[in-house]
Design a protein around this ligand. Structure first.
Ligand SMILES: [Fe+2]
Length: 194
Protein backbone atom coordinates (compact mmCIF):
# COMPACT_ATOMS: atom_id res chain seq x y z
CA UNK A 1 0.00 0.00 0.00
CA UNK A 2 2.83 2.33 0.99
CA UNK A 3 4.91 1.61 -2.17
CA UNK A 4 1.79 2.09 -4.33
CA UNK A 5 1.36 5.60 -2.87
CA UNK A 6 5.01 6.41 -3.56
CA UNK A 7 4.57 5.33 -7.21
CA UNK A 8 1.44 7.45 -7.47
CA UNK A 9 3.21 10.53 -6.08
CA UNK A 10 6.19 10.01 -8.43
CA UNK A 11 3.87 9.65 -11.43
CA UNK A 12 2.08 12.88 -10.48
CA UNK A 13 5.36 14.75 -10.05
CA UNK A 14 6.62 13.53 -13.46
CA UNK A 15 3.35 14.51 -15.07
CA UNK A 16 3.49 18.01 -13.59
CA UNK A 17 7.07 18.40 -14.79
CA UNK A 18 6.15 17.26 -18.34
CA UNK A 19 3.23 19.69 -18.51
CA UNK A 20 5.51 22.43 -17.21
CA UNK A 21 8.07 21.77 -19.96
CA UNK A 22 5.45 21.67 -22.70
CA UNK A 23 3.83 24.91 -21.62
CA UNK A 24 7.24 26.60 -21.35
CA UNK A 25 7.95 25.63 -24.96
CA UNK A 26 4.68 27.19 -26.12
CA UNK A 27 4.74 30.29 -23.93
CA UNK A 28 8.37 31.23 -24.56
CA UNK A 29 8.37 30.03 -28.18
CA UNK A 30 11.74 28.40 -27.60
CA UNK A 31 12.96 26.21 -30.47
CA UNK A 32 13.49 22.59 -29.45
CA UNK A 33 17.03 21.86 -28.36
CA UNK A 34 17.99 25.44 -27.51
CA UNK A 35 17.61 27.52 -24.39
CA UNK A 36 17.26 30.88 -26.14
CA UNK A 37 14.03 32.62 -27.08
CA UNK A 38 13.14 33.21 -30.73
CA UNK A 39 14.36 36.49 -32.26
CA UNK A 40 11.51 38.53 -33.72
CA UNK A 41 13.11 41.71 -35.13
CA UNK A 42 11.45 41.86 -38.53
CA UNK A 43 14.15 39.89 -40.37
CA UNK A 44 13.61 36.40 -41.72
CA UNK A 45 15.68 33.73 -40.00
CA UNK A 46 17.54 32.91 -43.21
CA UNK A 47 18.60 36.56 -43.59
CA UNK A 48 19.75 36.75 -39.97
CA UNK A 49 21.65 33.50 -40.43
CA UNK A 50 23.34 34.66 -43.64
CA UNK A 51 24.32 37.97 -42.04
CA UNK A 52 25.58 36.18 -38.91
CA UNK A 53 27.75 33.91 -41.09
CA UNK A 54 29.29 36.94 -42.78
CA UNK A 55 29.85 38.60 -39.40
CA UNK A 56 31.55 35.45 -38.08
CA UNK A 57 33.79 35.45 -41.15
CA UNK A 58 34.57 39.14 -40.52
CA UNK A 59 35.22 38.34 -36.83
CA UNK A 60 37.79 35.72 -37.91
CA UNK A 61 39.58 38.22 -40.14
CA UNK A 62 39.56 40.91 -37.44
CA UNK A 63 40.98 38.48 -34.91
CA UNK A 64 43.83 37.36 -37.16
CA UNK A 65 44.57 41.00 -38.01
CA UNK A 66 44.54 41.84 -34.27
CA UNK A 67 47.11 39.13 -33.50
CA UNK A 68 49.27 40.08 -36.49
CA UNK A 69 49.24 43.77 -35.51
CA UNK A 70 50.21 42.88 -31.95
CA UNK A 71 53.04 40.63 -33.14
CA UNK A 72 54.46 43.46 -35.26
CA UNK A 73 54.02 45.91 -32.35
CA UNK A 74 56.23 43.61 -30.26
CA UNK A 75 58.86 42.78 -32.87
CA UNK A 76 59.25 45.89 -35.02
CA UNK A 77 62.80 47.32 -35.09
CA UNK A 78 64.55 50.20 -36.82
CA UNK A 79 64.87 53.98 -36.76
CA UNK A 80 61.08 54.46 -36.58
CA UNK A 81 60.57 51.99 -33.76
CA UNK A 82 58.96 54.53 -31.42
CA UNK A 83 56.26 55.77 -33.78
CA UNK A 84 55.52 52.34 -35.28
CA UNK A 85 55.38 50.65 -31.86
CA UNK A 86 52.85 53.30 -30.74
CA UNK A 87 50.85 53.24 -34.01
CA UNK A 88 50.46 49.45 -33.88
CA UNK A 89 49.49 49.61 -30.21
CA UNK A 90 46.71 52.08 -31.06
CA UNK A 91 45.54 49.91 -33.97
CA UNK A 92 45.34 46.62 -32.08
CA UNK A 93 43.39 48.41 -29.34
CA UNK A 94 40.91 49.56 -32.00
CA UNK A 95 40.74 46.05 -33.47
CA UNK A 96 40.00 44.62 -30.00
CA UNK A 97 36.97 46.91 -29.80
CA UNK A 98 35.83 45.91 -33.30
CA UNK A 99 36.17 42.21 -32.42
CA UNK A 100 33.96 42.56 -29.37
CA UNK A 101 31.31 44.61 -31.21
CA UNK A 102 31.26 42.19 -34.16
CA UNK A 103 30.77 39.14 -31.93
CA UNK A 104 28.00 40.93 -30.04
CA UNK A 105 26.30 41.83 -33.34
CA UNK A 106 26.19 38.10 -34.17
CA UNK A 107 24.50 37.50 -30.81
CA UNK A 108 22.01 40.33 -31.40
CA UNK A 109 20.91 38.51 -34.57
CA UNK A 110 20.25 35.36 -32.55
CA UNK A 111 23.30 33.25 -33.41
CA UNK A 112 26.47 32.14 -31.67
CA UNK A 113 29.74 33.94 -32.26
CA UNK A 114 32.92 32.02 -33.05
CA UNK A 115 35.20 32.13 -30.05
CA UNK A 116 38.13 29.82 -30.64
CA UNK A 117 41.42 30.32 -32.44
CA UNK A 118 40.68 27.14 -34.44
CA UNK A 119 37.45 28.70 -35.80
CA UNK A 120 39.16 32.00 -36.57
CA UNK A 121 41.96 30.26 -38.49
CA UNK A 122 39.49 28.04 -40.34
CA UNK A 123 37.31 30.93 -41.52
CA UNK A 124 39.73 33.80 -42.10
CA UNK A 125 40.91 34.90 -45.55
CA UNK A 126 44.03 36.48 -44.07
CA UNK A 127 47.31 34.63 -43.73
CA UNK A 128 49.79 34.66 -40.87
CA UNK A 129 53.55 34.41 -41.12
CA UNK A 130 54.66 32.25 -38.18
CA UNK A 131 58.37 32.30 -37.54
CA UNK A 132 58.95 35.37 -39.74
CA UNK A 133 59.58 38.94 -38.70
CA UNK A 134 59.70 41.12 -41.81
CA UNK A 135 61.44 44.48 -41.80
CA UNK A 136 59.40 47.46 -40.59
CA UNK A 137 58.32 48.56 -44.07
CA UNK A 138 57.15 45.06 -45.01
CA UNK A 139 55.20 44.85 -41.73
CA UNK A 140 53.36 48.02 -42.72
CA UNK A 141 52.76 46.70 -46.24
CA UNK A 142 51.38 43.39 -44.91
CA UNK A 143 48.99 45.11 -42.52
CA UNK A 144 47.88 47.59 -45.18
CA UNK A 145 47.09 44.73 -47.58
CA UNK A 146 45.01 43.02 -44.87
CA UNK A 147 43.08 46.19 -44.00
CA UNK A 148 42.33 46.80 -47.67
CA UNK A 149 41.06 43.23 -48.03
CA UNK A 150 38.79 43.70 -45.01
CA UNK A 151 37.53 46.99 -46.49
CA UNK A 152 36.60 45.25 -49.77
CA UNK A 153 34.92 42.47 -47.80
CA UNK A 154 32.97 45.05 -45.80
CA UNK A 155 31.74 46.65 -49.05
CA UNK A 156 30.25 43.29 -50.12
CA UNK A 157 28.63 42.71 -46.74
CA UNK A 158 27.16 46.20 -46.65
CA UNK A 159 25.56 45.55 -50.05
CA UNK A 160 24.10 42.28 -48.77
CA UNK A 161 22.65 43.86 -45.62
CA UNK A 162 21.25 46.81 -47.61
CA UNK A 163 19.62 44.44 -50.12
CA UNK A 164 18.00 42.51 -47.26
CA UNK A 165 16.85 45.46 -45.12
CA UNK A 166 19.16 44.72 -42.18
CA UNK A 167 19.60 48.39 -41.35
CA UNK A 168 21.26 47.73 -37.98
CA UNK A 169 24.08 45.62 -39.42
CA UNK A 170 24.39 47.92 -42.43
CA UNK A 171 25.03 50.90 -40.13
CA UNK A 172 27.39 48.86 -37.97
CA UNK A 173 29.44 47.74 -40.99
CA UNK A 174 29.45 51.26 -42.48
CA UNK A 175 31.04 52.52 -39.22
CA UNK A 176 33.64 49.76 -39.41
CA UNK A 177 34.61 50.61 -42.97
CA UNK A 178 35.39 54.18 -41.93
CA UNK A 179 37.57 52.95 -39.03
CA UNK A 180 39.45 50.51 -41.29
CA UNK A 181 39.94 53.15 -43.98
CA UNK A 182 41.48 55.47 -41.39
CA UNK A 183 43.77 52.72 -40.07
CA UNK A 184 44.79 51.92 -43.67
CA UNK A 185 45.58 55.60 -44.29
CA UNK A 186 47.75 55.74 -41.13
CA UNK A 187 49.69 52.69 -42.33
CA UNK A 188 50.05 54.07 -45.86
CA UNK A 189 51.38 57.33 -44.42
CA UNK A 190 54.15 55.42 -42.61
CA UNK A 191 55.31 53.56 -45.71
CA UNK A 192 58.76 54.44 -46.96
CA UNK A 193 59.47 54.82 -50.67
CA UNK A 194 61.77 52.01 -51.77
FE1 LIG B 1 52.69 46.87 -25.81
Amino acid sequence: MKSKNVCLILAMLCNVQMIGQQSALVINNVPRGTSEPMVNIGLEEIVRENVAQRLNKLLSDEYVLYVKTQKYHWNVVGPFFGSLHKLLNDQYDQLAGIIDETAERVRALGFKAYGTLAEFIEHTSLSEDPGNNPNANDMIKNLLKDHEMVIRELRDYIKYTADHDDLGTENFLADLIVIHQKMAWMLRAHLLNE
